[in-house]
Design a protein around this ligand. Sequence first.
Ligand SMILES: *Cc1c(COP(=O)(O)O)cnc(C)c1O
Length: 330
Amino acid sequence: MAAFGSVFMPEMAMAQFDGSAWDAATIVPANSISLHPGAHVLHYASTCFEGLKAFRHEDGSVAIFRMDKNIARMLQSSELLSLPKFDPALLSQMIIDIVRHYAADVPTPPGSMYIRPTHIGTEPAIGKAATPTLTSMLYVLLSPVGDYFAGGSRALRLLLEDNARCAPHMGMIKSGGNYASALQPTMQAKAKYQADQVLFCPNGDVQETGAANFLLIDGNEIITKALDTSFLHGVTRDTILTLARDLGMTVSERELTVEELLERAAKPGTEAALSGTAAVLAPVGTLIYQGKEIKVGTGEPGATTAKLRQALNDIQWGKAEDRHGWLTKI
Ligand SMILES: *Cc1c(COP(=O)(O)O)cnc(C)c1O
């Protein structure tokens, strides 16, 4: 099985902004784009992206999960990076067009078609370090993906780190620059502690990992950091919290300190999980802090985590009623 995100469909949807207007979106080969080496994105990181999925249902139809929420976040990322504005209808049409184009290639569950909209600043202008790009390119790549949990879901090991993942006003932007700043700490955590991910906790404030939100589950309560500009507002986070409320759980969106996390984690019934489009909801079994290993509950994948993940998959896969209107059938 190829690594997640390493296989692409041969064509993608693309639209360009020339400084005054967007051209009509077209479907073009996905193996290359033409870019000036002085393009704004390559020097000043004017880039953001999205990640969402299309699923095949038992009747053969294809549905995209929470497309509108991902498009709204991409508009927000673009605005915060001073990239040109676009009409959300342009991007939704591009996504629908390219998914329709490859509808026959959307894998059956537990696989899916991962959708990667990308927006980059294309103006050739290396003097614009402190000025926005005038031109940009928007494209939508597709990558068929298999089961992220092939071989069974293993509980993850997280290293708690006192530093922030990125600058505090940039956290809610889904942008490559933030990933770049998390790369070295994550690689060091892997090499030194065999950690799967770093849980960034600046000043003892539990935020998120490099690419997923963190949720603590203590009995009937689910605790996660309240939204602010310092971390990414995950669509899966929002979905899981909504499903947890539907199941009668108490949802607490508030500050969670490292101290409280470690205290609660040590109790037998506690669970922790990471939420994100790729991993859905991944169980966390071990926290590593100041050289010590602390098991979360039993240290094994928890029943509530599995239940919430199943509830989410059931909606995505068309097996449970879509009560919140999250699916766009194409
Ligand atoms: C994409 C992302 C997430 C998860 O967001 P989803 O919308 O649930 O996929 C969490 N944290 C970071 C830093 C991300 O880039």
